[in-house]
Every structure is written in structure tokens, then in C-alpha cells.
Design a protein around this ligand. Sequence first.
Ligand SMILES: O=C(CO)COP(=O)(O)O
Length: 251
Amino acid sequence: MPRQFFVGGNFKMNPASLEQKRSLVKVLNDAEIDSATEVVIAPPSLYLLPLKESLRKEIQVAAQNCYCKVSGAFTGEISPAQLADAGVPYVILGHSERRTLFHEKSELVALKTKAALEGHLKVILCVGETLEEREAGKTAEVVKSQLRAVVSELKESDWSNIVIAYEPVWAIGTGKVATSAQAQEAHADIRAFLKEAVSPAVSESTRIIYGGSVTAANCKELSTRPDVDGFLVGGASLKPEFVDIINAKKN
Ligand SMILES: O=C(CO)COP(=O)(O)O
């Protein structure tokens, strides 16, 4: 079965006001969007519910993070159960900004992923190497080790609720997008890893999306690659050009 194209908008801690977010929602609600593409936007958690209410029903929302426990004394955290209870279907985990600025190790990302799946959320799982690691020829090794931590916590059936986002750290917010050949190579390596570490069926069916300076200008070329199943978009998801990225596969 062909993998459904997936485009996520990661708003990060932007924009400052609910009003600005509402105008982004209006752009999305008014636009003609490719019905063959799954679309998810991830605003800061405070705005998940108001935006979910005002968004057209084909566009889903994602949290940008969650904790690995159901409830308890974890000030500042949100549990998968709470997100599911609020009707939030997706969560982004392992984003490089969480890994670097908030010191999240792959083991914690794996525990969060397991907890999120047990809490009936779907997970956009981010992996990717730094510039230093790429220049040292360690891209595949780094990405595999990030994935291996997660593989060891999950059952094969869990993978139907995971989208992997390959986001090279050097491409995030830098305007330096990976070439489509670089993205394809990394995605093919991830698919080969899934085949060996999980199963051929999971390798074939899991969507692997690319993130890092994706724009309306570069998305079409990236989307032609066989293992690029969509995008996770930061900066450009805050602009009307996000619609063009959603429609990258449309002629
Ligand atoms: O981090 C990203 C998406 O999660 C990518 O961010 P940019 O698209 O701003 O480079």
C-alpha cells in the first residue's frame, strides 16, 4: 500500500499571540488543500484546544512534547492521557531542540514514545545528526542509535502509530536545506534500519518525513524522492506558503 503523504507544521514557541495563530488557521481553512495529504499542526500546548476548535476537520493538531507518566507530581509537564482526553491525536517527540536545549536523551525520548503510544497518541518521532556528526561521517550511526533506543521499548504493532521525522540539526532554522539526495540517502538508511531492527512490513509502511528549512521553493524537489513521505516544517509553517508545502505532491 502506498504511504500517505504527511505534512506537519511545528509552530515551536511562535507566534506570540492567539490572534496571529487564528490568522494562520484562517489561511489553512480557506485554502484548497490536497485531500490525499495528512496535515497536522503543532502549536504551543496552550493553544491546542482553541485552534483545534477553529480548524477545518481534515487538519489535526499535535502537541510539541509530553511526559512519560500518566499523572503525578511533574510540574510543568503534560501527560499523554491528558492530551488524548483533550482530543489531541498526535505528539512530536525527540525534537532536536528538546534534545539539545532541554537535555533529553534518547532513552527518555524512547520512554516518552512508549508512554504516548500506550496513551493512544500517535507520535512524530524526530531524529537527526549535528553538522559535526555529519562531517565526521556519522549520520547513519547517530540516527540509528537514536532509533535503536525507541525500538527496544516498542512492539512491532506500535509502529503503525509512528511517523519518523528526519531532521538534520544543521538544517533546522538555518535556511540550509538538505539536498534531495542527502534526504533520500538518510531516509533510505532509516528504512533499511527498520527492516533489520523491526520488520520488512514496518520498514515498508512507516512514513519518514524530512524537516529542516523546508519552503515552498524546495518542497517539490524533495517530494520526488521515493523515501521522502512528507515534511515537518518550522518557520514556513507560520506563513501562507505552508499551503504550497501541503500541496507539494499535487500537480
Ligand atoms: O525544526 C523543524 C521542524 O520541526 C524545522 O524547522 P525549520 O523549518 O524552521 O528549519
